[in-house]
Design a binder for this molecule. Sequence first.
Ligand code: ADP
Ligand code: MG
Length: 694
Amino acid sequence: MPAKRARPPASALRAGLAKLGLVRPVDFLLHFPLRYEDETRVIRIGDALPGTPVQVEATVLDVAVQYRPRRQLVVRVAEAADGAGAGTELTLRFLNFYGSQAKQLEGARDAGRRLRLFGEIRYGFLGAEMVHPRYRVIAEGEALPEALTPVYPATAGVSQQALRREIARVLAAAAGTELLDELLDPDWLAAHELPAFPEAVRFLHAPPPAAPEPALQQGTHPAWRRIRFDELLAQQLSLRRAYLARREKGAPCLPAAGTLAQRLLAALPFGLTGAQRRVVAEIAADLACPHPMQRLLQGDVGSGKTIVAALAACQAIEAGYQAAFMAPTEILAEQHYLKLSAWLQPLGVEVAWLSGSLRAAARRAMQARAAGSAQLVVGTHALIQDSVDFARLGLAIIDEQHRFGVAQRLALRRKGEAAALLPHQLMMSATPIPRTLAMSYYADLDVSVLDELPPGRTPIRTKLVSDVRRDEVIAGVRGAVAKGRQAYWVCPLIEESEKLQLQTALDTFQTLAEALDDLRIGLVHGRLKADEKAATMAAFADGTIDVLVATTVIEVGVDVPNASLMVIEHAERFGLAQLHQLRGRVGRGAHDSVCVLLYQTPLSETARARLRIIYEHTDGFEIARRDLQLRGPGEFIGSRQSGVPLLRYADLERDADLVETAQALAERLLRDDPARVARHLDRWLGSREELLKA
Ligand code: ADP
Ligand code: MG
């Protein structure tokens, strides 16, 4: 395409372009079309397929402004082609138009000039018509474009026209410059059936008319694969580089002596599953290295992550270091504190508790212990506050890590950054994410997976019940309690208003207390004081409360094996991961467990699809995979995603093979060719790379 000498963009245009991330020349090159329009051919009006955009040429017969049914510009035109089909009429309809347009079209009619029209032809009451076609009055014998017309992602203030012009300008100027350098080895590319970078870029911006259109539009064309590969490679390089940089730092070496761990295992009422043994060994090997572990432990709800973490803590403690165990909510942290104390205190380990709700004096005392003799400190994010100084932190365990925000994770990561030795980090998550997603977004972590549930669990039966049958559900609660079981009743989620959420919880409690006046009902919600929450949870755990009415504060981690019934109100308002977590609160003992999802009719299409997924599947990974299909990765990753530029072109479902190839190549390039790594990252991420590391 010949370089047009265009004016440099005016400042409004420049601002609009910047909003699209188009600042450096290479940004323009990597701004690829969403789709294409074929303006390289003119076809006969009579040959147009309905629903397909086409280009035709015609002369104007008649121009009129009509007022019924609403104000519109109606233009009658006739096929301009010679020979067969000449004179076929077509009506153009413009609902938004300028007065000058009518004048221009009348002028074309009077001068007998042709219009080139682009749009979809539909057959209506008055025959063939085009609504809002793109049109141009053309000069005699004006040539057709030689490439498909790209349609770019645009934004307010930047027209397609302007985008095409600017991108074409940069593309022409880039020919033969380093902007289009091939950064990858040609033989390697050939072996992986990927085309060269400059060709792929040029092809996608201006594909020849003979280009295989479906492959191009659907993104399966090799040129697209190359671009998606490069994007995934940039992501892998960036995350792996951050990983390696942290890995360079020192960490205390915590050899696996194993005596404390052995004693803990001997005292447990159960033996580890195979998956637990494997993961425990992976972690033990990491801890024995003089570099900080950066490991994510993924395991479905109930897969037994806590004991794995406790065994890791034993290793740190035995080596003379401290372990910190952080959980996202008070309830969960407290529960961990109780469980870990019960396991470890009898073995002579000093366990301390630290949370934001401790009174000042108690807090100071606990901080003093963290800075002194405590060997394991359990708590909420109060653990990462500045005033907490660990005497010799060797291992930081973060439970339900996806529940912490990016800022909190960074704070934790920074804690001790200045110190010569960084603590090892074990992050745990019960939101299993599909493998490619993990490979992609957690490329800066080593990942261990608990893919086996402890034996003896009875499967949970899930029931979908319309809200109109609430009375039957209440009767079901009574029945479960009569059999000696306990139940959770989860209140509707009201995201818009915390106040309303609280009110609903109080109302639900009230109604249930009346309907089940012979049962002992408890209530927990986010607004209770920590000790009130703790007292209620303790009462539920030891069976003095039959039914626990709760907001989603109980979503994660809570473990009461005698609870066998879970009722979730307005289930359609919850996310799938959340429902899976909530459901995982039951089925923890040997009893038959039921999860009732109460929903309000009518259900939207998506709500129905989501409830069906949770109804049909109990495997967290499968649910996650389907959730991903339903929602796309952006929302899925949640807070991890904020600040991280989404993959623009790659699709982790479709491009799973490319993710693996990119990972392998990234590993090699980081080892062998840092200069090339830097250039690739600069090309793809530029100034955005900092954000990716969050
Ligand atoms: P999660 O992975 O969801 O955090 P937990 O660590 O809370 O799961 O474990 C769930 C329950 O299973 C707990 O009561 C725990 O003591 C028990 N548990 C863990 N591992 C085993 C095992 N290997 N055999 C039997 N029960 C186990
Ligand atoms: Mg847990």
